[in-house]
Design a protein around this ligand. Structure first.
Ligand code: NDP
Length: 408
């Protein structure tokens, strides 16, 4: 039977409304047990557990959605770099060369630099074939900060300004235990660090004008201690300190120049593979993909870029909560083998570090990597059993020397 609706302002209407509210409250208090009746003997502690789970789950889902929304907001498009004026250092080979080719395909104006003129000429030629708006080079060494400043001036005169400064070059170092050569550390700091500072300082007026970007190519070895690359790691840590602090000052001064620090894992460039492939347990990532990721990060003005994510960002999550585990994981990336002594001829050549006799003589630095050999190896022709191989692998590094090699 249909009842006539009361006027909500009349006493009878208000009584009806109160009744409806009570029925609604009653309904709410009855429904949850009905909903969860499938759980049978679900106790109140289970309900409170469920409540706690909801309290965690809902904010977590909110965070995931916010992250997804934030990261989906900006997507990279090659047009972002069309017509941009870009300097790429260390572009005669390796990752820098690939960055130049990607920029060429995107139609940028490119100024590349390194020491080897013949290689730079080839890269410029290829860039023009790939569609660069313009391509040119300046050759010289970054050991000299005056040269670093000269490259920036060249951009000003030939390109009329600058939108992006990609700092990528790296000086040769050795791969092995720290040999105590302080002069080598100083030289490497000049190439890998001071020249980056000098170029940034000179380029800043142009970058401020264009609201441009600085891209700093660094390494996992610049975020966490790596063995066998002590001088190199020191220079990469220095880059993080300088550019992360500079980013803070830009924010305070409202300077709209982005700084992207690129944290790279093992990449398949010729020199890195030659130096480390035999001792590293991981496969190198492709340099052309790495170069593209660097450009994406730069165009999207990311503060840091990790490539590959799985071998860089994820392990770094351990840094604050389980630093020793991370150190262990880093060490476990290496195939450590037994002692390898330098040939007597190399020691008598007056190698660096000799003289005072205070430290163990360093190993020679061969032009090409020697085969990694165990001095306790069985004579040629005899097979080593699995146990001996395992012992050789697990030999503590202090008992022997690892191979020494150029770069990284
Ligand atoms: P490469 O050794 O392949 O290339 C280095 C570049 O720097 C070359 O163009 C070289 O040219 C130039 N260069 C070397 N010394 C000088 C100098 N004194 N003055 C000016 N230019 C110089 O390096 P990658 O491509 O492998 O590495 C590029 C960047 O990526 C580096 O910053 C490196 O630290 C980083 N990285 C690389 C990793 C890898 O596994 N490959 C891992 C982590 C980080 P030239 O000899 O003609 O001067």
């Amino acid at each position: 039977m249909k009842r006539a609706r009361q006027n909500p302002n009349s006493p009878a209407g208000q009584a009806e409304q109160r009744g409806a509210n009570q029925r609604l409250l009653l309904g709410l208090s009855i429904h949850p047990p009905v909903i969860f009746q499938g759980f049978g003997s679900c106790s109140s502690s289970a309900n409170s557990g469920m409540g706690r789970l909801q309290k965690i789950l809902i904010p977590f889902l909110g965070l995931v959605l916010a992250f997804w929304f934030y990261s989906a907001r900006d997507t990279f498009k090659p047009e972002m770099l069309r017509g941009k004026r870009v300097i790429v250092t260390g572009a005669s080979t390796g990752i820098g060369e690939q960055i130049a080719y990607h920029l060429a395909r995107m139609g940028s104006h490119i100024l590349i630099t390194a020491r080897t003129e013949a290689k730079l000429q080839n890269v410029v030629q290829r860039c023009l074939e790939l569609g660069a708006a313009s391509a040119r080079f300046v050759s010289g060494t970054m050991e000299d900060t005056a040269f670093a400043q000269h490259v920036v001036r060249e951009a000003q005169t030939s390109l009329g300004g600058l939108d992006m400064l990609i700092l990528n070059h790296v000086g040769a170092s050795y791969f092995g235990f720290f040999d105590g050569d302080v002069e080598h550390v100083r030289k490497l700091l000049e190439i890998n660090f001071l020249s980056y500072v000098a170029m940034t300082t000179s380029a800043l007026p142009m970058l401020k004008e264009s609201e441009g970007s600085i891209v700093v190519v660094s390494s996992m070895a610049g975020k966490v201690g790596f063995p066998f690359t002590v001088p190199y790691s020191a220079t990469k840590f220095a880059l993080d300190g300088f550019f992360s602090s500079l980013r803070q000052e830009f924010a305070i001064q409202s300077i709209n120049v982005s700084i992207t620090l690129c944290i790279l894992g093992f990449i398949d460039t010729e020199r890195a593979v030659r130096a480390a492939a035999e001792v590293l347990r991981e496969r190198p990532a492709p340099r052309d993909e790495c170069a593209l990721e660097i450009l994406k990060g730069a165009a999207l003005r990311r503060r840091e870029l990790y490539y590959r994510y799985s071998s860089t960002r994820l392990p770094l999550l351990l840094r604050d909560c389980a630093a020793e585990l991370l150190d262990y994981l880093v060490r476990s990336r290496y195939r450590l083998r037994g002692p390898r002594r330098p040939p007597p001829s190399a020691l008598s050549r007056g190698h660096r570090g000799e003289g005072g006799g205070r430290r163990a003589p360093p190993l020679p630095v061969p032009a090409s990597p020697p085969p990694v050999r165990d001095a306790r190896a069985a004579p040629a022709g005899t097979k080593r059993g699995p146990q001996r191989r395992l012992r050789a692998l697990l030999a503590p590094p202090g008992r022997g020397k690892l191979i020494i090699n150029k770069v990284y």
